[in-house]
Design a protein around this ligand. Sequence first.
Ligand code: ADP
Ligand code: MG
Length: 730
Amino acid sequence: MSTFRFQALQQTANRKPVKVEELDRKSIIFGSNVFNDKAMRQFLTPDAYQAVKNAMQHGTKIDRKIADYVAMGMKEWALSKGVTHYTHWFQPLTGTTAEKHDAFFETSYDGSDPVEKFGGSQLVQQEPDASSFPNGGIRNTFEARGYTAWDPTSPAFIYGTTLCIPTVFISYTGEALDYKTPLLRALHAVDEAATEVCRYFDKNVKKVTATLGWEQEYFLVDAALANSRPDITLTGRTLLGHTSAKGQQLEDHYFGSIPTRVLNYMRDLENECMLLGIPVKTRHNEVAPNQFELAPIFEETNLAVDHNSLLMDVMQKVAERHDFKVLFHEKPFKGVNGSGKHNNWSLATDTGVNLLGPGKTPMSNLQFLTFFINTIKAVYTHEELMRASIATATNDHRLGANEAPPAIISVFIGQQLTKVLEELEGVSNGKLSPEEKTDLKLNVVGKLPDVLLDNTDRNRTSPFAFTGNKFEFRAVGSSANCANAMTIVNSIVAKQLKEFKVAVDALIEEKGMKKDDAIFNVLREYIKETKAILFEGDGYSEAWEKEAAKRGLSNFKTTPSALKAKVSKQSLELFEGLGVMNHVEAEARYEIELEEYTKKIQIEGRVLGDIARNHVIPTAIRYQNILIENVKGLKEIFGAKDFEAVAKEQITLIKEISGHISEINAKVEDMTEARKKANALTSAEEMAHAYCDNVKPYFDVIREHADKLELLVDDEIWTLTKYRELLFTR
Ligand code: ADP
Ligand code: MG
């Protein structure tokens, strides 16, 4: 019997680790394919260099003439490295990156004078045929034009033989059609708001940068094995498959030694990352078999988001060389841990201070407390929006599934800081007495630097945890574009800091309070107000669900219900007030995300129906026929009177198989019916809910019967590659 499964298994049996070329020392090759400071100094005129620098640091515009010079330098640099094409590289709302390659090469109208051409106009703006990217109704198809426009804050880079220019993607009328545009606006908003607040403490601060250090979890599966499974190929996860006898119970994979084939993949990938200037630093095994993690040194958020998007692309390409497929899905295997992408977030000043790093002096600690408490307040006020920022069909499998943060947003701060907040809260109202000030400095503020040393106090079940000098948004899914979560975190903090500034200024101006007193007073009110969002216990426990409900925290378990918060009055005001998105953009995005949800469940439903009917049932029948032949034979030998005693087990099996087959058939039919009904609905919202509530529940039922069959049917004829084969690469 030669099925895909056995062919694939044979292929993998002979795999050898792929040799990886040793490159120069990391410090030497780092960023050599990036149009970075070093390359710019070498290839740009001083004017052009300064213009790009100003654009990066202060957001100033680059005029057309200068753009020509920049393009010229960029082209020279790229040609010197053997590049033949260029592309505007952007992140449409499909979740992947997009590019359209154009050759530098051009000739004059009669074919003579061939030249390599690339000018300012090609650098600054392009008009890709963008009619097929999701836009949520912003562009009617007759006005299908979309523009990509150069984002000078993220440097151009070379991948393969193509010069990639990071760009935003906007509609003809200027609305954002990508992830980057709202993120850049949110980063600008948080810069403005945080800089203002910083100036209470240090007048030299001119700019605040949001920093992001993501941690990318992923699964590696042998390419032949992955390709032998239509569900993995089409949906990125297994829709069927009985758990392996050996799973992750022994936890022998976690931080264990990395298999050679995988290690070579990682080394190859890291080399690529070094050339592309992605500062990856750590690599290790994760909890589940075949699960790994890659994390970089943190960077400015826009660049970090670009690097993560680029990395996901590069990971898949490098995997091809090593006969692997990377699974970014949040839950590729049932009963095996899922993958996340922790987003470590903080704010840093242009004077080199991490605003969420407890400082050494009382003043820097007051600054720390200000940003720390304001972040908590922001999350408290916008917890529903935070939940919405991580809501996708694929992440639904993870949130609240007893292995990942729950669908309830809360903040973990650790014992020491909990005590600090309690002490702060106890301080009397209004002007602080000298004793209180001393007390605060000695007992509260003086303690803070120790927090840094305390890394043991970590609660892995918290969706948003303070981890010493940054917050870690853990509920982000492994396949997500970080921009989604980062746009929202930075927006809510920006809004909160603005409100804080207004409140403090009012106390100073109207009540004549001293600045420190005013800050303490506002912070104390925040501490009192936001207690409900702080939670130090086990986020996986049922008790927490009950407790959270009492506290009035939301607990949206599915994407269609969670997404709604993106277009609540509060959220629309937040986005519009900060200039992050106007209501057309926000509503379009809501629509797009609902549609994406529907499509994902729809595809899964189709694929599941197909596999169940065209793989599982035929295989089960084939095996049943073998049993029937066997029973017939027994009857022949033992005669009609006695055969039943010897054929008892077989007959039971035959019946059992029939039972599962008819259940699968019936449920697939019901599911198809439910899909038809859902498809007839006209609003995106209703359709997403119908898919969630009426279609998706069939998945588990169908799977249960199919997985039972997998246990019953002869391994020799089972066509679908099994968990134990997919999951244990050596
Ligand atoms: P883990 O959370 O796995 O224990 P670490 O605490 O060492 O690991 O750091 C995890 C991530 O936090 C790294 O990717 C690092 O770049 C990032 N990180 C550290 N400091 C900051 C910061 N100030 N801003 C943003 N990210 C940061
Ligand atoms: Mg982490």
